[in-house]
Design a protein around this ligand. Structure first.
Ligand code: COA
Length: 283
């Protein structure tokens, strides 16, 4: 049998990465893979045999935070050490970054624990086909985001997220402007949302707000205009009332996963203000 080859991914390998996404029922599009491969200091590793891609791991560098994602092994090749080899390669590529995190599925969690990842908090995937009548709204300050809002939004995000993911947020703004909303009071940016399309559903996130009322106002106004689309919102399990609101709007819990950081080194930031993460692949 041909040998296994571990090598860095290029844009030529995206089709193979997407095949593995499909095999695991994941939602990513070519543009998502491209963000890893094109972003500075970021990238992906793959293992192939005779030109067939059997596994991948990607890493994104948000200055002081590295994010590991796209850990995918062909179902027929699992439990043979490929996942561990790919994770080692991804971690070596970001060894100079002070904090490294990931969102673990139950399939990946034992592997990550063996590498020293420690749980920070749980997350829940919720999903709904949007029915606009479930999103009644009264007066509020949320409005569609403009390109001219981006710089201030990214500055605020640096404080709340704890690292600079401005490049990612700008890409999301251009990919799905209808999902980008903001609230700006006299004191500055009070909240913002972004979203993106996917193969199976749209994702709304990140949703960042100073308080639950601001988060509700933005999400309500945004989704009430997008009836008929299926949306996922991945929410930290930190605020029961927020989950109750999502459920009242038709969102149903689908599965749980866990945010973990290497050796428990959590980045600075304000998790309680993050009502939805960007998604497990982007943090
Ligand atoms: C998670 C995933 C990437 C792991 O890939 P993998 O190649 O099976 O990973 P490994 O083989 O390195 O390790 C998996 C387990 O197999 C065991 N294993 C490794 N080599 C083995 C061998 N030769 N024989 C038997 N078991 C072995 C490991 O000890 C490990 O056990 P653990 O889970 O109890 O720690 C894979 O299951 C997958 O693609 N899952 C679906 C997508 C997913 O959920 N990805 C994770 C996202 S966070």
């Amino acid at each position: 049998m041909s040998e296994l080859v571990l090598r860095a991914m290029t844009t030529e390998d995206i089709a193979g990465g997407l095949r593995l996404c499909r095999a695991s029922g994941w939602n990513q599009l070519e543009e998502d893979w491209r963000l890893f491969i094109d972003s500075p200091g970021s990238g992906g590793w793959l293992i192939e045999r005779a030109g067939n891609i059997l596994g991948t791991a990607a890493y994104m560098r948000y200055d002081s935070l590295a994010w590991i994602a796209m850990m995918l092994v062909d179902p027929a090749e699992r439990r043979a050490g490929l996942g561990a080899r790919l994770l080692s390669a991804a971690l070596a590529a970001v060894a100079d970054v002070p904090c490294t995190g990931l969102d673990a599925t139950p399939a990946g969690e034992p592997l990550y624990r063996r590498f020293g990842f420690v749980e920070a908090y749980g997350l829940v995937r919720t999903k709904a086909k949007i029915d606009p009548t479930c999103f009644p709204y009264g007066p509020g300050d949320a409005r569609p985001m403009l390109a001219s809002d981006l710089a201030a939004v990214c500055r605020r995000d640096r404080e709340v997220f704890g690292a600079d993911r401005g490049r990612l947020l700008a890409a999301l703004f251009h990919r799905a402007p209808e999902c980008a909303w903001t609230v700006n009071d006299g004191a500055g940016v009070k909240g913002y949302t972004f979203g993106r399309p996917g193969r199976l559903y749209h994702q709304l996130g990140p949703v960042v707000a100073a308080d639950p009322g601001t988060a509700r106002d933005m999400v309500t106004r945004c989704l009430s205009r997008l009836g008929g689309r299926v949306f996922a919102i991945d929410a930290p399990l930190l605020d029961g009332e927020w989950l109750d609101f999502l459920k009242s709007a038709g969102f149903v819990e689908e599965r749980h996963f866990v945010r973990m950081f290497l050796r428990g080194h959590v980045p600075p930031g304000m998790p309680a203000r993050q009502y939805a993460i960007c998604g497990p692949e982007f943090a």
